[in-house]
Design a protein around this ligand. Structure first.
Ligand code: NAD
Length: 584
């Protein structure tokens, strides 16, 4: 199988011939992509074509894989030293005068760690992006540190990674992996990847999958045990490293990289809500991070620097917020922007949405877009979802925040009032969950949905029958959806803010009173909310935290937390309070 539009050549090294493919302009910076196990260079196809517009992209089949030849004998033919020889032979051929930007996935990353930490490649590597493959030396030290000082947390980490490494033990057995791959496993592998990893069909399997996988077992046998038992003491990276950690990797624990700063003087961390085969499932995101990193190292662009305590978690993620033109929505857009997320700001007020997007970019979002839409308009929401999925991608986080206030007794509230508040506060959330949640689930790489409910969802009030009903429905919808999506790694959180100082008071409807009285009440409630002065930024912080920790229901202000407690343990007290008519 050849990569479309690629120029191929053979590079001879150490008794094998490597199949090397090149895309893009050789005058541009060179990016070398190294594949893992059991793959060939084609695992990078989707990433490579995206990078080829800007870079000279080089891929090669690792010895014994794809259309590269295998060493004879196999035993001892796959040591990290030999793999380093291969890498140097390839870069000498494709970029003799300039250092290359190295990217590795799985075993491609494991061997690339060797390349970037041994002396003989110094000056040949400009940067390294590592995806799902640790340095065996760092891994060895990580294990030693936990065995030497076994606190309960560290033992837990050891056991956790130990359980994820079952395949490594199997691959060390003689003949068994070869038999399995030549038999049923080889035949079913593409289906397994599609079902378990949600890898799209197509380029799999490579015609040589079964022999590749059998050869590749020697990658493990020639290196893993020896290196883990005797890790090199000086495995320091001599180039900047970007570490991309998929959060749902079945084979590697995120904790493995806890100690990495001690080995890498210039480390950029990113996490991705994805499983192990991110080059196939998240090529857009990977290509964009690789591009950003290469451009920052080559001096063109400032280094992507997300700040705040959620930067690791949300950097580069795609987040859409409705009602992002004001209050809690705008503050949430800014908080995600500060954490380095890509932000889609949706609001029916187009100008306000544009302003939020502009400011998000200034604050730190690598990209931010404004999309005007009315969340209560189903067709407009369908169009929005179509555009977002086509142009920006599938969401990692959706925040259904747009909402309006409505106050007034039940009998003063007209059917028109009811329709309006339910259309926006409830149907807006339903449209968002349905249209964006479906694609999230289909993608199979997890995600999170946040619905902004209210303390009025569990705190009844004679003054808020329509608003409270809409928010109680949002709370229940969130709980039901959370149960439905749990098996698909999609979290759902309902946020119940409490009294927060935003514009909501100036736009809220007061049913059953004339215009002048409505304006007076809006002014008064704005003054009271101002006196309470709880900032929307704190709600935004609670939202990011709810996503990071997958919380189900989050009352935010102290009064919301108090009411939440009362609703569970003293509901009679809340019912009493509900009868008090607020004086505005
Ligand atoms: P806000 O008025 O400051 O912001 C709401 C934003 O939503 C505005 O930019 C508005 O243009 C937009 N919007 C309204 N209807 C829309 C629609 N149909 N389509 C698209 N955009 C629309 O209000 P806020 O206080 O930031 O409210 C945000 C959410 O928080 C709402 O759901 C609200 O019910 C909820 N909430 C607010 C408080 C509070 O005290 N402020 C308390 C509990 C819950």
């Amino acid at each position: 199988m050849t990569l479309k539009g690629a120029r191929e050549r053979r590079v001879a090294t150490g008794g094998v011939e490597l199949c090397v493919a090149e895309l893009g302009d050789p005058e541009q910076p060179t990016v070398v992509l190294v594949h893992g196990y059991p793959d060939s260079k084609e695992v990078w196809s989707e990433v490579a074509v995206r990078l080829a517009d800007r870079f000279h992209v080089v891929l090669y089949d690792v010895r014994g894989h794809g259309r590269s030849t295998a060493p004879k004998p196999l035993r001892g033919g796959f040591t990290l030293a030999k793999l380093t020889d291969d890498f140097l032979a390839v870069v000498d051929a494709v970029s003799p005068d300039r250092p290359v930007h190295l990217v590795g996935h799985d075993w491609g990353s494991v061997q690339s760690w060797e390349f970037v930490t041994v002396g003989r490649t110094e000056g040949r590597i400009a940067s390294f992006t590592s995806i799902s493959g640790p340095s065996l030396d760092h891994f060895g030290h990580w294990i030693n540190a936990r065995v030497r000082r076994p606190t309960p947390r560290r033992v837990g980490q050891l056991l956790g990674q130990g359980a994820k490494s079952w395949y490594v033990y199997l691959l060390h057995t003689p003949a068994l992996p070869e038999l399995a791959w030549r038999g049923p496993l080889g035949k079913r592998w593409p289906k397994i990847l599609q079902r378990v990893e949600k890898v799209p069909g197509g380029a799999y399997p490579t015609p040589s999958l079964t022999s590749d996988a059998a050869h590749g077992a020697w990658l493990y046998r020639d290196n893993v045990r020896a290196r883990l038992l005797r890790p090199r003491p000086d495995a320091y990276a001599h180039a900047p490293v970007q570490l991309i950690t998929p959060q749902r990797d079945a084979f590697l624990s995120e904790r493995l990289y806890d100690d990495l700063e001690q080995w890498v003087p210039r480390l950029t961390r990113r996490t991705l809500p994805a499983k192990h085969w991110a080059p196939r499932t998240r090529p857009d995101q990977l290509a964009s991070w690789i591009e950003d990193f290469v451009m920052s190292v080559d001096g063109g662009r400032p280094e992507p620097k997300a700040i705040g305590r959620h930067a690791d978690r949300f950097g580069g993620q795609l987040v859409l917020i409705t009602g992002a033109g004001s209050g809690i929505g705008r503050a949430t857009a800014f908080a995600f922007a500060e954490a380095g997320a890509r932000v889609v700001a949706v609001d029916r007020d187009a100008e306000a949405a544009t302003r939020t997007a502009e400011l998000s970019r200034l604050i730190g979002a690598p990209d931010a877009w404004a999309e005007p839409a009315d969340v209560s308009d189903e067709q407009a929401m369908e169009k929005l979802a179509e555009k977002v999925h086509r142009e920006y991608g599938v969401l990692d986080v959706l925040v259904n925040n747009a909402g309006i206030g409505l106050s007034g007794s039940f009998f003063a509230t007209t059917s028109e009032d009811w329709r309006k508040v339910l259309d926006i506060n409830l149907w807006g959330v339903i449209h968002g969950c349905r249209l964006f949640g479906a694609r999230m689930a289909q993608r199979g790489q997890g995600g999170h949905i946040v619905n902004i409910a209210s303390a009025a969802a569990f705190q009844p009030s004679r003054a808020l029958p329509a608003y409270g009903t809409s928010k109680a429905a949002v709370l229940m919808l969130s709980e039901c959806l959370r149960a439905e999506l749990a098996g698909q790694d999609i979290g759902v959180s309902a946020i119940c803010p409490g009294i927060v100082n935003t514009n909501i008071t100036s736009t809220a409807r007061f049913a059953g009173v004339d215009e002048a009285e409505e304006r007076r009440r809006q002014k008064n409630s704005a003054r009271l909310y101002g006196l309470r002065n709880y900032p929307p930024e704190k709600v935004a912080e609670a939202i990011l935290d709810a996503v990071a920790r997958n919380k189900a229901v989050v009352p935010v202000t102290p009064e919301a937390r108090g009411a939440h407690l009362l609703s569970r343990f003293l509901p009679g007290a809340l019912r009493g309070l509900a009868r008090v008519e607020p004086k505005l």
